[in-house]
Ligand binder design. Structure first.
Ligand SMILES: CCCCC/C=C/C(=O)SCCNC(=O)CCNC(=O)[C@H](O)C(C)(C)COP(=O)(O)OP(=O)(O)OC[C@H]1O[C@@H](n2cnc3c(N)ncnc32)[C@H](O)[C@@H]1OP(=O)(O)O
Ligand code: NDP
Length: 274
């Protein structure tokens, strides 16, 4: 049964119902992991608001249908494969996107990886696989795109997906929690270092958002008992993360850098009065 007041947590409306339809005109956005889940929703919303959008991940099968959705809005799309854990591949991706769409003005570090496991069962390779994707990948993409943003001289926005599991520690998420904590710290560092170039760097921390990725990470359906920890009394949907990603890409956030925004239905808030 829903707790009192939780019926006041309806679905987040589409970005086009919230923002001016030309908000992202002239932007060129690159979204890693843009072929699925949260990344897909951000990619399509950016295009609907006027940006040309590139999406990149390891598997082209994920990317092609989303590129078609982007093109259906009338904007240009670029779909390219990358493993963000490899710097050479990241450099190639940035070159391809720049050749096809022009200078990148918005980078969304969304590619992510996780699986839930007791730390004593986590192998070195399992640790590297997740931390490599989350933290190395975010660093490599930010460095490759940031260098070009600096050369281009027009500033830019770097947005990275953190996670609420990095805030208080999270049992069975040793690799993911530590990697996401590093992502938040990296965005603060870049926000400080690259402010002089007009480059902003911010973090969005989703709570528990229903995607195929998280279902894989927890080994099936999300257990209903997790809702007891979520004040909104519902799991998040990818659309719940989109308005923050639009805001941070837009001129509305021109004075916002090094910030950390959670979209978690109150998951981080205490559940008891003491
Ligand atoms: C409060 C809630 C917070 C939630 C926070 C975050 C949530 C999310 O991020 S949800 C999004 C999750 N999305 C994904 O994970 C999609 C991408 N996932 C993957 O690519 C794979 O699941 C991957 C993470 C395992 C990486 O794939 P790949 O690089 O191809 O790696 P391998 O399959 O070769 O495995 C590497 C290594 O990891 C070990 N391993 C894999 N799964 C598990 C598991 N469930 N438990 C324990 N260990 C696992 C695997 O055995 C390999 O290690 P070695 O055997 O030592 O070689
Ligand atoms: N869903 C949730 O509850 C939460 C999600 N997050 C974060 O939000 C982001 C999106 O998550 P979500 O949409 O749920 O997950 P998905 O699993 O749907 O998305 C992850 C994406 O990353 C891509 N990817 C994974 N590894 C690599 C790699 N090495 N190189 C390039 N691309 C890669 C995948 O594509 P491909 O397989 O083609 O490479 C996939 O498109 C992630 O950063 C995640 O950690 C944070 C907290 C909670």
């Amino acid at each position: 049964m829903a707790r009192e007041g939780t019926e006041h947590w309806p679905a987040t409306p589409p970005a086009t119902a919230l923002f001016a339809d030309d908000l992202l005109d002239g932007e060129v956005a690159l979204i890693t992991g843009g072929g699925t889940g949260i990344g897909e929703e951000i990619a399509v919303a950016y295009a609907e608001l006027g940006a040309d959008v590139a999406i990149a991940s390891r598997n082209m099968d994920h990317l092609e249908p989303v590129a078609e959705r982007i093109e259906a809005t009338g904007q240009s799309a670029c779909a390219t494969t990358v493993d963000v854990r490899e710097m050479d591949r990241v450099e190639e991706m940035v070159e391809t996107v720049t050749d096809e769409l022009g200078d990148i003005t918005v980078l969304v570090n969304n590619a992510g990886a996780n699986f839930v496991t007791p730390t004593e069962s986590l192998s070195a390779n399992g640790w590297r696989s997740v931390v490599g994707t989350i933290l190395d990948g975010t660093a490599y993409c930010s460095m490759a795109v940031g260098e070009r943003m600096i050369e281009h001289g027009e500033g830019g926005s770097i947005i990275s997906m953190g996670a609420t599991n990095s805030v208080n520690g999270a049992p069975y998420h040793a690799h993911s929690g530590a990697g996401k904590a590093g992502v938040h710290n990296l965005m603060q560092t870049l926000g400080a270092e690259w402010a002089k170039f007009g480059i902003r760097a911010n973090t969005i921390a989703p709570g528990i958002i229903e995607t195929e990725g998280i279902a894989g990470a927890v080994g099936g359906e999300l257990p209903e008992m997790l809702l007891e920890e979520i004040h909104a009394d519902r799991f998040g949907q990818p659309a719940d993360c989109v308005p923050l990603a639009v805001f941070l890409a837009s001129p509305a956030a021109n004075y916002v850098t090094g910030a950390y925004y959670s979209a978690d239905g109150g998951h981080l808030l205490p559940n008891v009065p003491f």
